[in-house]
Write a protein of this length. Structure first.
Length: 162
C-alpha cells in the first residue's frame, strides 16, 4: 500500500489549498479509500460513519503511547485537538496544533471515493525530528488502519437506504 500520487488531489479546486499555503503547510500524504459511496450520500454521512469506526488494537496502542509520551514531554500542553475549520458538500477540514506540528486533516470526495489528506508544517527542529520518528509507524500502522476504517464506513454508507 502506498499513498496516491498527490497531483490529482492538488489540481482539484478545494479551499484547503489556499488555507494550507497561507499557513505554510505542505501536502504530506493523500490516500483514497478503496470504495465508492452512493451519489445520494453526502461526504458528511461517510465522515460520521468513519468517526464511529473502532480502530484496530495496534492503532489504539500506538495512539495511547503517543498520548503518554505527549503528556510526559508536554508536547500537547499548549496545543489543541483536532478542530473543525469548515465543512462543505465535498470537503471537510480539521486543524490541529501542538509543540511539534501544525497540521490539517482534509476529508474529501473525488469521483464518489473518499480521500484522506494530511498537510503538515513541523515546528522547528523538534517537529522535524518528531515527523521523521513517527513516519514508519504512520505508514505501517496508522494509515492502514485508517484506510480499513474508511472502507468499512464507505461500505456501511453504501448499504444504507435513504
Amino acid at each position: 500500500m502506498a499513498p496516491m500520487d498527490p497531483a490529482d488531489h492538488l489540481r482539484r479546486p478545494w479551499r484547503v489549498h489556499a488555507l494550507a499555503a497561507a499557513e505554510g503547510l505542505h501536502l504530506h500524504d493523500v490516500w483514497e479509500i478503496d470504495a465508492q459511496i452512493p451519489a445520494s450520500a453526502p461526504l458528511e454521512r461517510w465522515a460520521a460513519a468513519f468517526r464511529r469506526e473502532r480502530q484496530g488494537v495496534a492503532t489504539r496502542v500506538l495512539f495511547g503511547m503517543r498520548r503518554a509520551v505527549g503528556w510526559v514531554l508536554r508536547l500537547d500542553a499548549t496545543g489543541t485537538g483536532f478542530r473543525p475549520v469548515y465543512a462543505e458538500a465535498d470537503e471537510q477540514l480539521l486543524r490541529i496544533e501542538n509543540r511539534t506540528v501544525v497540521a490539517f486533516l482534509h476529508l474529501s470526495l473525488a469521483d464518489r471515493r473518499p480521500r484522506i489528506a494530511v498537510y503538515v508544517r513541523p515546528k522547528g527542529r523538534l517537529g522535524a525530528v518528531y515527523m521523521r520518528l513517527i513516519d514508519p509507524f504512520r505508514r505501517a500502522v496508522v494509515y492502514p488502519g485508517l484506510l480499513a476504517s474508511g472502507r468499512r464506513a464507505a461500505l456501511r454508507v453504501g448499504a444504507e437506504r435513504g
